[in-house]
Design a protein. Structure first.
Length: 201
């Protein structure tokens, strides 16, 4: 019997059934956690590529869920697959872009804002776009660690488990990712700055 820590009895039953090849149970797992996966993917690969990355995540989950033994929380296992799929997608894109002429900046959708304060809404939207653009200058693994720590709220130990590295390495990646993002933000704010920053400290 698979033990699934950190989930309700109902979710545990779904995950166990899905691990045994129950397509209906797996579909419910996807519906329950599709928002979670898409959110993480959007923060790592960007809004324009999150949908493709999310689809790849669920392909991998279906291929591997029969091997899930509940030795870690299901959310940790899902984080790991999501992060790895997103990092693979970014590396694939970078290899392709290295062979092609650079395209325009990525599409960044407007975020839900309040109609009561259009000035504040515009500033918040601009800030969010700046952060997404600055994250593009952060090395892949550092970016993932930074997202997990400061956007997903994981502890360093949890990040280490998700990314299969020592806790000290996870801390270093978060720190370097933060530094690279701040450099990119500061470069963008300088007169004549184009936002370029050393993404691989």
């Amino acid at each position: 019997m698979v033990s699934v820590p950190g989930v309700s009895a109902e979710d545990r039953d779904l995950i166990v059934r899905a691990s045994r090849g129950d397509v209906e149970a797996f579909s419910q797992v996807v519906r329950d956690r599709s928002g979670f996966v898409h959110r993480v993917a959007q923060r790592i690969v960007g809004p324009d590529k999150a949908q493709d990355a999310s689809q790849e995540v669920w392909v991998r989950v279906w291929q591997r869920i029969e091997n899930f033994r509940g030795e870690s929380a299901f959310s940790t296992w899902l984080y790991k697959i999501t992060v790895n799929a997103c990092l693979d997608a970014r590396r694939k894109d970078q290899r392709r872009e290295a062979r092609e002429l650079p395209e325009g900046p990525p599409y960044l959708p407007e975020t839900p804002t309040s109609d009561n304060d259009p000035e504040s809404s515009a500033l918040n939207r601009e800030r969010r776009e700046e952060i997404f653009e600055s994250l593009e200058h952060v090395r892949e693994d550092h970016r993932a660690a930074l997202v997990l720590r400061h956007m997903e709220g994981l502890s360093y130990d949890e990040i280490a488990e998700v990314m299969d590295v020592p806790t000290g390495t996870a801390k270093g990646w978060v720190s370097r990712g933060r530094a690279s993002m701040l450099v990119a933000l500061s470069e963008k704010g300088r007169p004549g700055g184009d936002g370029e920053a050393g993404g691989r400290p």
